[in-house]
Design a protein around this ligand. Structure first.
Ligand code: PTJ
Length: 249
């Protein structure tokens, strides 16, 4: 049991969720590594939603609002960390939820479907009837009514290869990734450089954006600038910290 008074309580609780998900067969081995990489970038960013992240989150919300068949693609880490907020966001934005695993096994799919069923939610992905074009192996499996026909896919913590394949199919891709240098971050149309659980909460703050406002927000957006702002932020933050005594870090 981690006491709430622990200075790193929130970070440790997220780690516990990932470990618990791993023990229950939802998170894969590589998911543990992916989480550690995310933690590192979050440390460098400062563990809060910065302006570049808020801006991209607003744009993501605008794009989702204007899309016709938006799909929220979930993997093991996303489910372990944030299943309840995934359900809230999908519900608020009329998004279908589809399980799309990089390390796909029938057993992991069944376990994740059950997590959602236990909360009264039906998800897509357990009976795939289509493939993401240009990808080999089981990670390409998807559904016609979900990812295959989606005009927008929200793919947090995603692999760059699949992000590229989805874009090649003409879809708008929104990703959430703490690493602004990842291929996925650089390939998506909209990259939110922020921590998944913070982003899902922030999305709910912007749920009431009107269609006109959404169009306006989208028309001004430049993803490359957002990625550069994230890099500049990390750079400036570290440079500043390096001038301070260590008890101020
Ligand atoms: O469940 P599966 O089989 O679909 O596998 C999922 C993982 C995450 C293992 C798979 O997609 C993978 O290997 O992903 P990558 O290529 O490691 O990319 C994950 C990215 O997410 C990395 O750039 C991490 O920095 C980032 N990341 C990790 N945790 C978080 C995060 N970004 C935002 N919020 C997090 N909590």
């Amino acid at each position: 049991m981690i006491p709430k008074s622990h200075p790193r309580y929130e970070s440790l609780m997220k780690r516990e969720k990932i470990i618990d998900g791993f023990k229950r067969g939802i998170v894969t081995y590589a998911g543990l590594i992916a989480h550690g990489r995310g933690e590192t970038f979050d440390y460098l960013i400062g563990e809060k939603s910065e302006e570049f992240a808020i801006e991209a989150t607003k744009v993501a919300v605008a794009a989702i609002k204007l899309s016709k068949n938006p799909v929220f693609s979930v993997n093991g880490n996303v489910v372990a960390l944030a299943i309840d907020d995934v359900i809230k966001v999908a519900d608020a934005f009329n998004m279908k939820i589809e399980i799309n695993l990089f390390y796909r096994t029938g057993e992991r799919i069944r376990k994740i479907v059950k997590e959602f069923k236990n909360r009264g939610v039906n998800v897509l992905g357990d009976r795939p009837n289509a493939r993401i074009l240009g990808l080999d192996h089981a990670r390409a499996l998807c559904t016609k009514e979900g990812i295959y026909s989606a005009d927008l896919v929200l793919v947090p913590l995603e692999d760059g290869d699949r992000t590229r394949a989805l874009r090649n199919m003409g879809k708008k891709v929104v990703t959430i990734d703490l690493n602004p240098l990842s291929r996925s971050a650089r390939t998506a149309n909209i990259t939110i450089v922020d921590e998944l659980t913070r982003v899902l909460k922030n999305m709910m703050r912007f749920v009431d954006v009107s269609e006109n406002a959404a169009r306006e927000i989208l028309s001004r957006y430049n993803n490359e600038k957002v990625l550069k702002d994230a890099l500049k932020h990390i750079n400036q933050r570290l440079s500043l910290l390096a001038t301070l005594p260590q008890d101020k870090w």
